[in-house]
Design a protein around this ligand. Structure first.
Ligand code: NDP
Length: 338
């Protein structure tokens, strides 16, 4: 059996996460039991939710246990199988975690899924045609519920979720406006992703200033907002929400390192009769097949052209993850292992 390098969670962060929280270890993969398969990971997904699980705090999911392999989505290839359901060479999506190989109990429901790489590149199953894509789909379709011609806004627009949101919103005939950090990301959001406009929040010292810029980008106000960030950015959009506007609260990355994320104008929820709804995509498995189909169709049609930030080798995982939490990624953050 091959040697396997793995990252364990070694300690919990005090404030900001750091590379010292992770430990790289090398071990042998155990021999396969009946019903198990050995998967060689080609890509490891890095996602903001992993930061929340590093804390031993109340959350929607259990904390990542100390001393165990960091959990996370992976795509790869079956290299050996003792399950009738999988053969060597199958391309698969699973939850293999921050390691080069995983031994998976293939009979366990949902543990491993074969994927078709003839139309969609393998890595996209961790991004646009995977969990982040479905996240965008759910928030748009089930919470914002947009009508053609309405204006929708998304923060972290150049990222994995934000980029899928833009394509889905345009497919529904909406005016799509992004908010992202820096001129390169904003250019990409408009030129490559097809958004109607994108605002660089880093050019604005406060919510009032960003809100003024939003007024220009959204002349008819904002009907739906997909929140990925929180804080100043959320304040700015709330000031532009139309009556009966709908806000899908997907993420609050500005607060993931433990800083408070104050909301300055909660009175607008009342005054503008806003609907504000949080959601966790893993709690809505019933929509995944429909959402994944639409996302795959958009990719195949060239209407969703996601960008990827690819770090090389398992040893790069901690730095790439910390970079994601600080906006150094440009598109879906992955680690390439093969
Ligand atoms: P991204 O690929 O968008 O990467 C994160 C981005 O967040 C960074 O690139 C950066 O973009 C932005 N960011 C980081 N820190 C800040 C900050 N302090 N202020 C403003 N922006 C910041 O990640 P994903 O697309 O994977 O995830 C986007 C959001 O969706 C996250 O909040 C995540 O937790 C959430 N999520 C929620 C799910 C759910 O079920 N509710 C499921 C999946 C994701 P920039 O440079 O533009 O600032």
């Amino acid at each position: 059996m091959p040697t396997n390098r793995q990252f364990l969670l070694d300690s919990r962060p005090q404030g900001a996460a750091s590379a010292a929280n992770f430990k790289l270890v090398t071990g042998e993969t155990p021999p396969l039991q009946e019903g198990q398969v050995l998967v060689r990971h080609h890509y490891l997904s890095l996602d903001p939710y992993m930061r929340g699980r590093m804390d031993d705090a109340k959350n929607y999911a259990a904390p990542q246990p100390l001393g165990q392999v960091m959990q996370g989505g992976t795509v790869g290839e079956v290299v050996e199988s003792r399950s009738p359901r999988f053969q060597a060479g199958d391309k698969v999506l699973g939850q293999g975690g921050w390691q080069e190989y995983s031994v998976v109990d293939a009979e366990q429901k949902g543990a491993l899924r074969k994927v078709d790489t003839s139309q969609v590149p393998l890595s996209y199953y961790l991004g646009a045609v995977g969990m982040p894509g479905v996240t965008a789909w759910y928030g748009l379709e089930k919470i914002i519920r947009p009508q053609a011609g309405k204006t929708v806004v998304v923060s972290a627009a150049a990222g994995a979720v934000g980029s899928a949101f833009g394509a889905l919103a345009k497919a529904r005939g909406c005016r799509a406006v992004g908010i992202a950090g820096g001129p390169d990301k904003c250019r990409y959001v408009v030129d490559d992703l097809g958004f109607d406009a994108c605002l660089d929040y880093k050019q604005h010292p406060d919510a009032g200033s960003l809100s003024k810029a939003l007024k220009q980008a959204c002349p008819d106000g904002v009907d739906g907002y997909f929140e990925n960030v929180g804080g100043m950015v959320m304040d700015a959009v709330m000031l532009r929400m139309n009556p009966f506007g709908r806000i899908a609260v997907c993420g609050m990355i500005a607060g993931y390192d433990g800083r408070p994320v104050p909301m300055t104008y909660p009175q607008l929820i009342l005054r503008s009769r806003l609907t504000v709804e949080g959601f966790i995509v893993g709690e809505h498995m019933e929509v995944w097949p429909q959402a994944l189909q639409e996302l795959a169709d958009l990719v195949a049609a060239g209407k969703l052209r996601p960008r990827e930030s690819i770090a090389q080798g398992i040893e790069s995982a901690p730095e790439a993850f910390l970079g994601l939490l600080h906006g150094r990624n440009f598109g879906k953050q992955l680690v390439k292992l093969v």
